[in-house]
Design a protein around this ligand. Structure first.
Ligand code: NAD
Ligand code: WQD
Length: 346
């Protein structure tokens, strides 16, 4: 199939591009490089020995998107493009709602006008909110999000679900019978095993794994662990860390499923295994051959104590299951970080 990846130059998109190409699919990417670099796509081509059709555009620019989509006519759109920094979304909610919601609405309008039917969407475990108890299953009611970023995911899920529902009863052509797959990612981490592509956050990382990597490579002095007084075995929060290549392979299966079915499916992409902050610090120290320096600090506002997936639905529906563990995650994150200490910048 031909897949068009919005935000395909970003962290998860670039790894998914590799997995799609390796599975024999064609890939086109649309990105405005707001949080990424064209270099990521050049490296995708280097890893796979295959070429990617690359478009620099804002996905919310309807006339440009319609032109690109009309030229490509993809069998499936995988919609990664979005702003994703939780803390920044609290400071700039309007920018987050504008960008994340507009890109989705624009795609749906273009799809309807061009008769394109299949879309896979990057959602997040954050939509389970604060009150559900893990393991999270897809049929739990969505929760109350703790920040504007989370609400944008919550709302985009709703918009896509409503559009699909309406399309099922619309026999007038256009997007009659949309197929929507909402993928709820847990904590994507790690890098392609080549060390050629990986996560390249701008500025001070907000997320645990890039922060640990930058401490290990000497760019930051130490990690602050946000709280060790939670009700968990070592007092630190637990998460479902999933290797980004497992996640990428999950997208291949999801896109294939999406193109072959109608309706809306919500699917968790996680491992089902929780690890604590200190588990990850220890595993990274073993991977890079020296302990990662850390200090215990106060809790971070908005953090939930525990989050992990029930990963059964992905296995049953897609035949997909994560195969890499935290050893591989830390090994590959370290390979990327140590061979690209400044990310794509140098
Ligand atoms: P990323 O920032 O690396 O990638 C997003 C890409 O979208 C970037 O290349 C950015 O330049 C591009 N982009 C943003 N707005 C755009 C626009 N209007 N037009 C064109 N391009 C635009 O982030 P990522 O970690 O690869 O995340 C991909 C998707 O997965 C996002 O939607 C994110 O919210 C979601 N997600 C990420 C995580 C995570 O922890 N990384 C977890 C759950 C969900
Ligand atoms: C993991 C654990 C922190 C940094 C976020 C978003 C979520 C999703 C994935 C997009 C937590 C602890 C972290 C640090 C620390 N993104 N930590 N010191 O918060 O689970 O999820 O990214 O959808 O929506 O909220 O991930 O990597 O920020 O934190 O102790 O410097 O590491 O408290 O327990 P999180 P994270």
């Amino acid at each position: 199939m031909k897949a068009l990846l919005t935000g395909g130059a970003g962290y998860i998109g670039s790894h998914t591009a590799v997995a799609m190409l390796e599975a024999g699919h064609e890939v086109a990417v649309v990105d405005n490089y707001y949080n990424s670099s064209e270099e990521a796509i050049r490296r995708v081509e280097k890893i796979t020995g295959k070429s990617v059709s690359m478009y620099e555009a804002d996905v919310a620019d309807k006339s440009k998107m319609k032109e690109i989509l009309a030229g490509e006519m993809p069998d499936c759109i995988i919609h990664f493009a979005g702003l994703k920094a939780v803390g920044e979304s609290v400071e700039k909610p309007v920018e987050y709602y504008r960008n994340n919601i507009d890109t989705t609405l624009t795609l749906l309008e273009c799809m309807k006008e061009l008769g394109l039917g299949n879309i896979v969407f990057s959602s997040s475990a954050t939509v389970y909110g604060e009150d559900n108890i893990p393991p999270f299953t897809e049929n739990m009611p969505k929760g109350s999000c703790t920040n504007p970023y989370g609400w944008t995911k919550w709302m985009q899920e709703q918009i896509l679900t409503d559009a699909q529902k309406a399309s099922a009863g619309d026999a007038s052509g256009g997007s009659a019978g949309l197929s929507v797959v909402l993928l709820r990612y847990f904590n994507p981490v790690g890098a392609h095993e080549s060390g050629l592509i990986g996560e390249d956050p701008k500025g001070i990382p907000n997320n645990l794994m890039p922060y640990i990597s930058q401490v290990a490579v000497g760019r930051r002095d130490h990690l602050t662990v946000f709280g060790n007084d939670y009700d968990t075995p070592d007092g630190t929060c637990r998460r479902d860390y999933i290797h980004v290549m497992d996640l990428a392979e999950g997208h291949v299966k999801a896109a294939e499923y999406c193109a072959a079915h109608k309706g809306t499916e919500v699917i968790n992409l996680g491992t089902g295994e929780p690890y604590s902050v200190l588990d990850m610090v220890k595993a990274f120290g073993e991977a890079c051959g020296k302990p990662v320096k850390y200090e215990i600090g106060p809790r971070r506002a908005g953090d939930v104590q525990d989050s992990w997936a029930d990963a059964d639905k992905a296995k049953e529906l897609l035949g997909w299951k994560a195969s890499r563990g935290i050893r591989e995650i830390c090994r590959d994150a370290w390979k990327w970080q140590s061979s690209n200490p400044e990310g794509y910048g140098k």
